[in-house]
Design a protein around this ligand. Structure first.
Ligand code: ADP
Ligand code: MG
Length: 703
């Protein structure tokens, strides 16, 4: 692939784009597809057949042999089962490749092995997948060949969501419906749909594959479970935005090409704070597609790494003491006639709409802070949230000085003034100051920051699907819009009521606004005084799903039923327990088969040398002191190992899923830390040539 890279030609090459549909479909069918894409509904059977044939012809021309319904079960990653386009040969043994509308629209994978949290008893294991026409089909190409992937939702036969896409789509519907009510109030009659725009910054680590393969913890857990710090960490701040080394550069170049072909607008790339850490950000796009594309980004990052002798780690905290990885979920709301509801705008009318939207968002985030926190939790993120480099586990909103001042004014101006003067609404602030974009973007410690014309939700973990966080965001904003619209539509005096609603929402929920340093201990205390929840772990966060306010909201907007929420809670607990169980078993394995033998070998050597030195009449006191330190740590380690094994053996006796998850958090996880401490100390004592696997220094600085 040398020579000139033609990005324009490359972009979307593997995507069945609208342009390709226009070329390949009849006018009538194309129009129908566009209508369903924009307004929802179903394709007629005849049209579905036409689309399927066109899609298949294109895919086969591209070299595809198989198709798959590509879906996102509750494992957090994507699933696919490939079917070849082949059919029965005719009497003369010829094969005609086929793909029908029925196969395009609906699939029936045997779904019994996907987590369902009790929603689907195994006797009715056949969930089904249904084409999501709003997300374009694409061809995935790798060693398997070329596979036509059809983005689909995954449900049980009784219609319960078994995946992450279904609730996301439902939440977008709800949000659009409520947001339309808001824009109508301000005279926008042209908009037909309001869609969240989502831009996702993805952080990742790259390590040498050979070294990776020498560490069971990286292989099984995706993070190091042992490891003493290297002499150098990130303290010199020389990696962030640093020059990109050739090997990494070659990887990034390849990654961009693969992503562009898939229609992902990979745009920004740079080195991140920790050594071996990097970031990629595509340009924002429709929420649902952005979520799908993020899955492709994560998958492609891993795949391309293999080609370069590298391994991509998406874990939130692969290395203790180093920055972890997150994902920034940039979120705004845009009408199909091009208005960003989070853009303050130029006219008083736009300003008022913006202030209402802002007030609704502040209310939504404050009222459902626990749900947002839950949506950003995963096993790996427990190491990040509240740790030093990541947003704290407390949800707060950063608005920037200017906007916070506006809020202050609105809250403190006494009675509402309803008179109109010189065409401007009297709201305490008649027009907003031009917001200085840079000023809004300076606070990097806030979990939820207003950045000029969007919010940036910075809590999400790097390996997590962003479907969950976006579903929650969409849902809580839809609810706030709905309440505001109910009042405003019924108001006799719109302007008075508008003023009241904004002022009330801001006054009631101002406590969630915080512009200071979110990483400081002072904030933790201040937040507690303000009554903001500080939910420290993934398992503690699960309760938010079943809070009555959450259930009520999700049911009202038909995003989740109570049963679906219960199933998700159950799966979350199980995921946590299983993951910690794997980590604990991995630690036990490494401790018993690698670290203990190495330390014993070293201490034997040391004892031998010590005796030899003594015999020769030398001073062996240094030997003796090191030996006693080593054996002291060794017995500390053995004790910790025994405790971990004993406690782990008792975990299965805890049968309640919630209790079991807490058992893993409060007991097993604590035991694991106790085992790591002496092992890491031993790493600093034992002859490096005898240490059984690559160290932090080897992995992080010699990529
Ligand atoms: P940083 O936050 O590090 O300054 P960038 O500007 O590189 O990051 O990336 C911000 C992300 O936000 C990009 O994916 C960008 O496309 C996205 N973005 C920009 N404007 C909007 C918007 N209105 N809505 C949603 N996402 C947006
Ligand atoms: Mg950002």
């Amino acid at each position: 692939m040398d020579g000139k890279l033609n990005v324009e030609e490359l972009f979307g090459r593997n995507v069945f784009t609208i342009e390709k549909m226009r070329e390949r479909l009849t006018r009538a069918v194309f129009k129908e597809v566009m209508k369903v894409m924009k307004e929802g509904g179903e394709l007629s059977k005849g049209s579905a057949d036409v689309v399927a044939k066109a899609m298949k012809d294109w895919a086969v021309e591209m070299g595809a042999t198989h198709y798959t319904h590509w879906f996102q079960p509750l494992t957090g990653i994507t699933a696919e089962k490939h079917d070849a386009f082949v059919t029965h040969p005719d009497e003369e043994g010829r094969m005609l490749l086929e793909f029908s509308g029925k196969e395009l629209i609906k699939g029936e994978p045997d779904a019994s092995s996907f987590p369902s949290g009790g929603l689907r008893a195994t006797f009715e294991a056949r969930g089904y997948t249904a084409w999501d026409i709003t997300s374009p089909a694409f061809i995935k190409e790798d060693a398997t060949g070329k596979i036509l992937c059809i983005p689909t939702a995954f449900c049980s036969y009784t219609g319960e969501a078994l995946d992450k896409k279904t609730p996301l789509l439902r939440s977008e519907e709800a949000l659009s419906e409520q947001a339309l009510r808001i824009v109508r109030l301000f005279g926008n009659t042209a908009a037909r749909r309001v869609t969240p725009s989502v831009g996702l910054e993805q952080e990742y680590f790259l390590v040498d594959r050979e070294k990776y393969l020498k560490r069971e913890d990286l292989i099984f857990a995706g993070r190091t479970l042992f490891g003493a710090p290297a002499p150098k960490g990130q303290e010199l701040e020389d990696h962030y935005f640093g020059a990109i080394r050739e090997r990494i550069g070659a990887y990034m170049k390849d990654l961009n090409i693969e992503l562009w072909k898939l229609g992902v607008t990979a745009k920004t790339q740079h080195n991140e704070v920790a050594p071996a850490q990097h970031e990629l950000a595509p340009i924002y796009e429709d929420g649902n597609v952005a979520v799908d594309h993020n899955q492709l980004v994560m998958e492609t990052m891993k795949k391309v790494a293999g080609r370069h002798g590298l391994t991509c780690l998406l874990h939130e905290k692969p290395f203790a003491g180093m920055n972890g990885s997150g994902k920034h979920d940039n979120w705004s709301l845009v009408t199909d006639n091009g208005v960003n509801l989070l853009d303050p705008g130029q006219t008083p009318n736009d300003n008022m709409q913006f202030l209402l939207v802002l007030a609704c968002m502040i209310k939504a985030v404050d009222e459902h802070a626990d749900l947002l926190r839950q949506s950003a939790s995963d096993v790996g993120n427990d190491h990040r949230l509240g740790a030093n480099e990541a947003p704290p586990a407390i949800i707060s909103i950063f608005l920037g000085d200017q906007l916070e001042d506006v809020v202050e004014q609105l809250v403190s101006t006494g009675n509402a003034k309803k008179s109109k003067k010189s065409g401007k609404l009297q709201t305490g602030v008649s027009t907003l100051p031009d917001l200085d974009k840079d000023a809004t973007d300076r606070n990097r410690t806030s979990p939820f920051a207003f950045t000029g014309n969007k919010f940036e939700f910075r809590m999400v973990g790097s390996s997590d699907s962003v479907a969950g966080p976006n579903t929650v965001l969409n849902a809580i904003v839809a609810e706030a819009f709905c309440e505001a619209a109910d009042r405003l539509e019924a108001a006799e005096d719109f302007e008075q009521e508008l003023h009241d609603v904004i002022k009330e929402y801001l006054a009631d929920h101002q406590r969630v606004i915080f512009n200071g340093d979110g990483y400081s201990e002072a904030w933790v205390q201040e937040a507690e005084r303000r009554g903001l929840p500080n939910i420290r772990s993934m398992v503690e966060a699960v309760d938010a799903l079943l809070e009555s306010r959450s259930v009520k909201m999700f049911e009202k907007f038909r995003i989740f039923t109570r049963a679906e929420l219960e199933s998700r809670a159950e799966i979350t607990y199980q995921t946590y327990s299983k993951s910690i169980n794997i980590e604990a078993l991995t630690m036990i394995d490494m401790a018993k088969k690698q670290i203990l033998p190495a330390v014993m070998k070293y201490s034997g050597k040391l004892a031998e040398t010590m005796l030899a030195v003594k015999e020769a009449g030398g001073d062996a006191s240094v030997h003796a002191s090191i030996l006693s330190e080593v054996t002291g740590r060794l017995s500390e380690m053995k004790e910790a190992l025994d405790r971990l094994q004993k406690d782990l053996a008792e975990a299965s006796a805890v049968t309640d899923v919630r209790e079991q998850a807490f058992y893993y958090k409060d007991k097993i996880f604590v035991d694991m830390t106790a085992l790591r401490t002496p092992a890491d100390a031993l790493e600093m004592l034992v002859d490096k040539s005898m240490w059984p696997f690559p160290t932090y220094g080897d992995i992080l600085f010699e990529v």
